[in-house]
Design a protein around this ligand. Sequence first.
Ligand code: LMR
Length: 414
Amino acid sequence: MSISRFTGIELGPPIEVFSLVKTFGDDKFENKVSLVMGAYRTNEGKPWVLPVVKKVEKLLAEDDLQNHEYLPILGLEAFSRLATVMLLGENSQAIIQGRAFGIQSLSGTGSLRVGAEFLARIFHYDTFYYSTPTWENHKLVFTNAGFKKGCEYRYWNAETKSVDIEGMLQDLRDAPENSVIILHACAHNPTGCDPTHEQWKQIADVIEQKKLFTFFDSAYQGFASGDVSHDAYAPRLFAERGMEFFCAQSFAKNFGLYNERVGNLVVVMNNPKEVAQVKSQLTLIVRGMYSNPPNHGARIVATVLGNDDLHEEWKDHIRVMSNRIKLMRKALYDRMLKLRTPGNWDHIINQIGMFSYTGLTERQVAHLKDHYHIYMLRSGRINICALTDKNIDYVANAIHDAVTLFADPNKNSV
Ligand code: LMR
């Protein structure tokens, strides 16, 4: 064999969520259950193509005016406009005054990456803060975009299984000026715990006083509570207070368009006169990264948001999804109580959105996988809507067994 320049490359670590999905796929056990990936499932355990999405896809397929020409570098203008209104609200002063706009990007991740690269390249910001815990990809996205220093702010209180607001505020107070603070707009991933409205005001106060820069990650608007306005409380509050920020919007979960990579980077700034310059720099970043975004998913979202009837139909769909999640939370909670599983399980019904941060230990998680073929992230995060009427008893009994067998060495209960 001849010498290769590729010899000696270090093997990178697997991406936990995708590698577990693969292991699950290869598992031959009949009653296996995957609570891994953050994707909606019906009560039959199937992915759901939203009926309104299917309807629009058929319309688009029949529409002779549609073609496969390139979109502009910053994407479909109608999509970005409507998505930005969805985030900030019909009466947003920032939009009315022409100082808020969006650019289409590649789902939430691509929007985070483009925004982060702008902040690193144009503002020379080099420090970002993420919650402990957070969606694990935040670190990689910001580091790859040129940020030098990733810092944690406290978020999860393992004792109370809720937001450690005092710890969070203190860490934000200690952050150097111009640090970029990543905030989950709603349905925090992985904990499912959001600050209260009062706590959001405290967070905004510190960010303003300490001259920090907010980057919202909004992956669950409408999906979390079933109400688009409710889930946009934090970005709308920050905008109303006249704060400048970025927000990465994803349409993966709320439209079920996971693999279409539909996203919008919203920019809220103070001076409408600077918009053209900012857009021109974003244009250069996108052009050098992927040139221009794909059409299909963004066209669907724009069609739905731009038509009153379709929009109402979609609102029904997000209520269906969020209600099913609430039902399954209650179903799991009831079973834990009925089985008298050691520990307090209130957090299962108090958390919001797709995930529950169960508090299961790594040992318990391993037991569930090895013994029951039930898969979840090492951290104990489960996708609640992967629970169904059919698998809920199996999962609840298995959790009961794991918790009873392997008590958390740090506590008396989970
Ligand atoms: C998740 O958290 O499971 C999803 O957002 C999928 C992903 O890319 O991690």
